[in-house]
Design a protein around this ligand. Structure first.
Ligand SMILES: NC(=O)c1ccc[n+]([C@@H]2O[C@H](COP(=O)([O-])OP(=O)(O)OC[C@H]3O[C@@H](n4cnc5c(N)ncnc54)[C@H](O)[C@@H]3O)[C@@H](O)[C@H]2O)c1
Ligand SMILES: O=C(O)[C@H]1O[C@H](OP(=O)(O)OP(=O)(O)OC[C@H]2O[C@@H](n3ccc(=O)[nH]c3=O)[C@H](O)[C@@H]2O)[C@H](O)[C@@H](O)[C@@H]1O
Length: 340
């Protein structure tokens, strides 16, 4: 297996690239090192990967010429496509970034994949946010996904529809993974678990969203090591694409899986765990869940991934946050130096 990992300097991409290398797969990363969050964290992840022999090409997934060149040089058997504009709320500030990376970037990647011979199999990151305003829990893959609550969710849903098209016309083998709120060491500073930690240590108040009538807001928090196992399981069970050079040869594999945990946890409980781990009382600022793309809860039915490739999350939030806090304190010191 020889894998092109896009978004390799990102949180999930770094962990997936390292895991592929550790088990002996060929890995080449690609990332544009954008400044959606602190690029120095992406550079530090790049150094970590380089120490284990994984290199990252600095490029944009919209650069079709460069992508084609890479495929001429390396016979990738798989693409682990993680490069995207992530983040639910930021879509209200910078919508074009989501179109650039999550729509145009995905189409460019698929256009290149369908034109090389033999075509690689593709595993890419969709998102639990496609379930949008669904209230039937736990969410299963066949549940409706036509009520996205954010532009981010809409671009991920669009990605799933675009994948269907490239599978149908060009015979590309494509697997979409709906990750559920992933956290862990080397994580993303724009995510609540991360900036809550930073701000609790700084004594700053943290805004905790609450639904109407004091409704609990909860997430199916999924530890990064469990997500990595799911990604590798999807790669290992990806069937070869059947098209080559654009000619279709029969039905190619098209799959979608939830990669979540076993039960959602209220955000309030996440804060209580962080207080205990940091030994600092949080300054809680309770706020009404803003209409900013956030949904009240997510909860994954993971039986399909369990059946298909033995996906089994084993890390609970308490254990996972302990590992994150240990990394956070070692990377930023005891909260004195912190991410912007
Ligand atoms: N972390 C989560 O909780 C979560 C949950 C669901 C889905 N996802 C998805 O998983 C994938 C990885 O997410 P992450 O949490 O590691 O985010 P991340 O932002 O850390 O990683 C994404 C990486 O892609 C790169 N990138 C973005 N646009 C690019 C472009 N046009 N060209 C090249 N590189 C580009 C960024 O520089 C970044 O390093 C994303 O597709 C995200 O939408 C993440
Ligand atoms: O599962 C997913 O698909 C999504 O998971 C996360 O999105 P989210 O669950 O909103 O993660 P956070 O932004 O870390 O929020 C976690 C919880 O904290 C809450 N929150 C967030 C921010 C804040 O200031 N206060 C607050 O209470 C949110 O409502 C949410 O319930 C990632 O940021 C998205 O990239 C990803 O697509």
């Amino acid at each position: 297996m020889c894998v092109l990992v896009t978004g390799a300097a990102g949180f999930v991409g770094t962990h997936v690239s390292a895991a592929l290398k550790r088990r002996g797969n060929g890995v080449l990363g690609l990332d544009n090192f954008n400044d959606y969050y602190d690029p120095s964290l992406k550079r530090a992840r790049q150094e970590l990967l380089e120490r284990s022999g994984v290199y990252i090409v600095e490029a944009d997934i919209n650069d079709a010429t460069l992508l084609k060149k890479l495929f001429e040089i390396v016979a990738f058997t798989h693409v682990m496509h993680l490069a995207a504009q992530a983040g639910v709320r930021y879509a209200m500030e910078n919508p074009s970034s989501y179109v650039h990376s999550n729509i145009a970037g995905l189409v460019t990647m698929l256009e290149v994949c369908k034109s090389v011979n033999p075509q690689p199999s593709i595993v890419w990151a969709s998102s639990s946010s496609v379930y949008g305003l669904n209230t039937k829990v736990p969410f299963s893959e066949r549940d409706r996904t036509d009520q996205p609550a954010s532009l981010y969710a809409a671009t991920k849903k669009a990605g799933e529809e675009i994948a269907h098209t490239y599978n149908h016309i060009y015979g590309l083998s494509i697997t979409g993974l709906r990750f559920f709120t992933v956290y862990g060491p080397w994580g993303r500073p724009d995510m609540a678990y991360f900036f809550f930690t930073r701000d609790i240590l700084k004594g700053k108040s943290i805004p905790i969203f609450e639904a109407a009538n004091h409704g609990t807001v909860a997430r199916d928090f999924t530890y990064i090591d469990d997500i990595v196992k799911g990604c590798l399981g999807a790669l290992d069970t990806a069937k070869k694409s059947t098209g080559s050079g654009g000619k279709k040869k029969g039905p190619a594999q098209l799959r979608v899986f939830n990669l979540g945990n076993t039960s959602p946890v209220p955000v309030f409980d996440l804060v209580s765990i962080l207080e205990k781990l940091l030994k600092v009382k949080a300054k809680r600022l309770i706020m009404k869940l803003p209409r900013n793309g956030d949904v009240q809860f997510t909860h994954a039915n993971i039986s399909l991934a369990q059946k298909e490739f033995g996906y089994k999350p084993t890390t609970d939030l308490q254990t996972g946050l302990k590992k994150f806090v240990r990394w956070y304190l070692s990377y930023y010191g005891n909260g004195k130096k912190s991410v912007q």
